[in-house]
Design a protein around this ligand. Structure first.
Ligand code: ADP
Length: 369
């Protein structure tokens, strides 16, 4: 163990023990990576022996001549991000799956830096497993992303104001046309209203996206009845999609304390997806009920379904399933990412059960207190 942790032991003196055999070629790769400021690391998940390269130590804010344990590395992550990073990595260790995660590093008195860690499992002959991977400084890229998000946020906000005014005028004209019994105008205004609603939903999505990317989804919590909100959203999405195939399984009156606009956005996204990825007019069923101290909402469709390998990545930003069926359906792959960020901010959970060709059920929970 001491030998393993020797100063600058990596990559030249990787132990020749069985578990490191596949890494004997890492000397050259390691040197190449180190010269481009990419750190490398190995961890035996059973013994927790952790081998960070000098560059990996530096990136974690640790002197290269000091030892850095796995727990020590995790401690450098600000408390707000630490539990999620540890949970992701531990989950990958347990399932022996690859992972990728981005987080900031508290670097003493200097500015916050952002790191990206990628890792994957290597099985040894005796069925042990060790993980290896790289760690990179992505501060500049993160700052560019934040600038981009800020710009999207500003533009979306500016676009929203005139659209909201337009929506109000359409509603006024609609009332007037109804009094005049002018059916042509009523029909035309209904179509115009539908498009304005669609645009407002997209803009709200972009606003939430810029907030999520900046790590700032502000919640404006209030008490409201979730069953009433579901009914409103069903009406609204049926209006936008011009169909009436959605049913709410009778749902008791349940009061929640949450951000109503954001939960509405989640419901709109999930319902629109259920309609988008199903054949027109096939049934969509929403149900809501209390489970312990939570309310659980589910949206079930009989559409194209999702394969297990795609389910895992579904809530990642910009992820879209690539298949013959989905290539003609438009989208940016941000809807589910936003839903998951909003639900996580509420301390809830979101997940999906699906069978390819048969349909999907999206679930989410919100704490009741
Ligand atoms: P978008 O629909 O804009 O592509 P989302 O983030 O809402 O983005 O969804 C990500 C991907 O998940 C979609 O591209 C689609 O392939 C898949 N998906 C989402 N909802 C469903 C559903 N109800 N049925 C089948 N596939 C779905």
């Amino acid at each position: 163990m001491d030998k393993i942790n020797e100063q600058n032991a990596f990559p030249k003196s990787i132990p020749k023990a069985e578990m490191y055999k596949p890494f004997q070629s890492l000397d050259i790769t390691g040197i190449a990576l180190e010269s481009t400021n990419i750190g490398i690391w190995i961890i035996d998940i059973t013994t927790r022996v952790f081998l960070p390269s000098p560059c990996a130590k530096e990136l974690f804010g640790c002197a290269t001549d000091k030892e850095m344990s796995f727990d020590g590395a995790m401690h450098q992550i600000p408390e707000r991000y630490r539990p999620e990073v540890i949970a992701t990595i531990e989950n990958a260790f347990t399932k022996r799956k690859s992972f990728s995660i981005v987080f900031p590093i508290a670097d003493g008195d200097t500015k916050q830096r952002w790191l990206s860690i990628l890792g994957g499992c290597n099985n040894t002959e005796d069925d042990n497993c060790y993980f290896s991977g790289v760690v990179m400084d992505i501060t500049e890229q993160k700052h560019n992303d934040l600038r981009k998000s800020k710009f999207i946020g500003m533009v979306s906000h500016e676009l929203k104001t005139p659209l909201t005014v337009l929506k109000a005028y359409i509603q006024m004209l609609n009332t007037w046309a109804k009094k005049q019994k002018d059916h042509f105008t009523i029909g035309a205004l209904s179509k115009a209203g539908r498009q304005v609603k669609r645009m407002l939903n997209m803009i709200n999505g972009l606003l939430n996206l810029s907030g999520a990317e900046a790590g700032k989804i502000h919640l404006n919590k209030q008490d409201f009845l979730i069953n009433d909100l579901i009914n409103e959203v069903i009406e609204e999405t049926q209006f936008i999609t011009a169909s009436d195939n959605t049913v709410l399984v009778p749902c008791e009156t349940i009061q929640v304390h949450a951000d109503q606009d954001k939960i509405e956005q989640v419901l709109i996204n999930l319902l629109s997806n259920a309609a988008k990825y199903s054949s027109k007019d096939s049934l969509i069923e929403i149900s809501c009920h209390k489970v312990d101290d939570k309310v659980q909402i589910s949206i079930k469709d009989l559409g194209m379904g999702i394969s297990p390998e795609n389910i895992e990545k579904l809530f990642d930003p910009n992820y879209r399933v690539e298949s013959k069926e989905t290539e003609k359906i438009s989208g940016f792959g941000i809807g589910l990412y936003l839903c998951s960020e909003i639900i996580k901010r509420h301390q809830g959970k979101i997940w999906v059960e699906s069978e390819l060709g048969k349909g999907s059920i999206f679930f989410f929970t919100l704490p009741l207190n």
